[in-house]
Structures are given as C-alpha cells and as structure tokens.
Design a protein around this ligand. Structure first.
Ligand code: AQP
Length: 329
C-alpha cells in the first residue's frame, strides 16, 4: 500500500513563533514518521503583504533552517520554497476559475488582514486561499496539518476540489485538515483574545523560536492575565487559559493536571514555571538552527533538491488537470 501524503506550508514573513511551532510544525514532525511529506516555505503567500526584498530572502532561508532544526529531516521529507516550483502559481490560476467570489468574501483571514493593511488590499491577499488550495491539491495530499486559523481555508480547498471533480472526474484527492486537540490556537501574550502572530508589531506578544531563555522568561512574566490569581482554564480567563495550554503542550501533561499543580500558587510562580518550561524546550532548537544557518550552501542545496522532487510530483497533477479542462496537450 502506498503511504498517505501530507502537505503543509509556512510563510516566510518573520521568525516562527511558539504558536506556529505548537499549532503546526511540532505536529509535522510527529506525523512525518508515518506519512510521505512535503513541507514548503510559502514565499508566494508572503508577498500578499508588502515585504522588503532582502528581509524576505533572509526570512526564507531562516524559515527553511527552522524546519530542519525542528526535526524535519530533508532526507525523508521534501522541503522547498514555493517560488521554486512554478506549478503552484499555474494551478492557482486554473483554480481561480473554479472559486467563487462569494466564498472568498467569507474568509476571516482576508477580513482581518485587509483591516490591518488598508493601504494595500491587493488581489493576492483576496485570492490567497486559492493559491493555498493549489499548494495542497498539486501533491494529492491526504492530510494537511495546520492551526485552527487555517480550518476555513482547508474547507474551501475541499469545496473547490469537489467542484472540479464533479465536472471533470476524479482528478483531485480531497484532503482532510489535521488540527491538534491542544495548541491549535496559541494566543498573543499581550492580547490573549488575538492569535499569536509572527508579524505582530509588539514583540512582547510573541515568543519567537530565536528568543534567548532570559527573553522568553521575561515575556511570560509580562504576559497579560486577569487579577483573580487562580490558575483555572475558562473562557473568562483567556490569558491564564492560554498559558495553561502552552504549559500542557510543553510538559505533555493534561490541562486538569496543570491546574492541580498550580492550585496553591499565585500567577507569579505559574508564569515563571511556564516561561522556564518553554525556554528549556526551545533551547536545543535554537542551537541547531544556528548550526544549519552557518552553511548556506548546504541549505540552498537542500532546497534545490526538494524543489526538483516537488516539481516532478506537481507536473503529474498539472498535466491531468490541463488535459481534463481541454487544453491542447
Ligand atoms: N498562534 C498560532 N497558534 C497555532 N497555530 C498557529 N499557526 C500560526 N500561528 C499560530 C499555524 O502555523 C502554520 C503556519 O502559519 P503561517 O506562517 O503560514 O501563517 P499565519 O497563520 O498567518 O501565521 P502568522 O504567524 O500569523 O503569520 P503572519 O503574521 O505573517 O500572518 C499554519 O498552519 C498556522 O495555522
């Protein structure tokens, strides 16, 4: 039996956060033992928000190095930059003709990002989910491990694939989202009702994977909570609930056991413990990242090899799609 396939991607819009690690990349690493995997630095998606060219290039390489440092073995998994495989953009155009504006108008991420970038509400930002559908469908992925914020985009991808298949036959694999039961939406440390985001202007709202242990502990000490001083998971306590989720993910304990552990502790001791757990867990990855970044030639060679393999697989799907649509082949 052939192995089932996973595709997932991450934008090169900054240094990855604890949110992208817990919501996505740590699960990629766990699932990669059982699946045939492609993991992509989605730099075409990144330019839906204006980027400085040098910074974008730097973040692209750094992101690929993070994926490897976090345990994605390039010998086992296909790792590459989206812009190195033109089939993503090509299929995206074709799928634009099968996606409805009514559907895209409903996308929460578009609404949030266009509110934040009023001076640059570009067509790419609007059709972002169609490119994401192309990313996934090109590789006939069975499973797409993502954070909660991407659930709506995966649903749209399934709808577009189903619509296409209904017209042209069984061309696309309809993918399933994999959203982890705990850690699917890590919230900002400064505003716990908003998602932790790597492009947040307030650096204290995010833990970046590159942060030093001291910086991590300080950020948790400053985390916004309420004044009630009881460590309890509840909707009324979004700050403390977020910290409990992070602590549970870092220690592998159940939320209820974490609550019990800190039942007699105040917020100060709890925040210190969460900070230390995160700092301790992330330290080895930071060292490994620095080691990988010390050999850019090797990193670029990994990306080139990954793009070659990805392009071969993508070409098969694209050929089927073009033939089905009726282009002269
Ligand atoms: N806070 C989060 N909690 C859980 N999962 C998260 N992810 C991102 N933030 C969190 C998941 O990480 C994967 C890669 O995300 P991305 O970088 O491609 O896009 P994003 O969701 O837009 O992430 P950011 O950090 O918010 O980036 P910017 O600031 O550039 O928009 C996805 O699976 C995502 O769900």
């Amino acid at each position: 039996m052939t192995q089932k396939r996973i595709f997932s991607g991450i934008q090169s819009t900054g240094i990855p956060t604890l949110g992208s690690f817990l919501g996505a990349i740590s699960n990629w690493e766990k699932l990669s033992a059982e699946y045939d995997c492609l993991f992509c630095v989605v730099d075409l998606h990144a330019i839906t928000v204006r980027q400085n060219p040098e910074t974008l290039r730097k973040y692209g390489r750094e992101m690929l190095a993070w994926l490897i440092a976090l345990g994605l073995n390039p010998e086992k998994n296909i790792l590459y930059y989206q812009s190195h495989v033109p089939a993503h953009a090509e299929l995206s155009w074709l799928l634009n003709c099968f996606a409805y504006m009514g559907e895209l108008n409903r996308m929460t991420q578009f609404k949030v990002k266009s509110a934040k970038n009023e001076e640059n509400i570009n067509v790419g930002l609007y059709s972002y989910p169609v490119l994401q559908a192309a990313d996934i469908l090109l590789y006939r992925a069975d499973l797409v491990p993502v954070g909660e914020d991407q659930r709506q985009h995966i649903e749209l991808c399934r709808d577009i694939a189903g619509r296409f298949n209904k017209i042209y036959g069984d061309i696309f694999t309809i993918p399933e989202a994999y959203i982890p039961p705990v850690g699917a939406k890590i919230m900002s440390l400064q505003n716990p009702t908003e998602k932790m985001s790597k492009s947040d202007e307030n650096v204290n709202s995010c833990v970046y994977l590159s942060d030093s242990p001291d910086a991590i502990i300080k950020k948790f000490k400053r985390a916004v909570t309420d004044s009630d001083n009881t460590v309890k998971f509840s909707q009324e306590k979004p700050g403390i609930s977020n910290l409990l989720t992070i602590y549970a993910c870092m220690t592998g304990k159940k939320i209820a056991d974490c609550e019990a552990e800190f039942a007699d502790a105040g917020y100060g001791a709890f925040k210190q413990a969460v900070g230390e757990a995160v700092a301790q867990n992330l330290a080895p990855y930071r060292d490994e990242h620095a080691r990988i970044m010390s050999d850019i030639g090797e990193l670029d060679a990994i990306a080139a090899k990954g793009a070659k393999k990805a392009a071969e697989s993508a070409a098969e799907t694209l050929a089927k799609v073009k033939k089905a649509i009726g282009f002269v082949v």
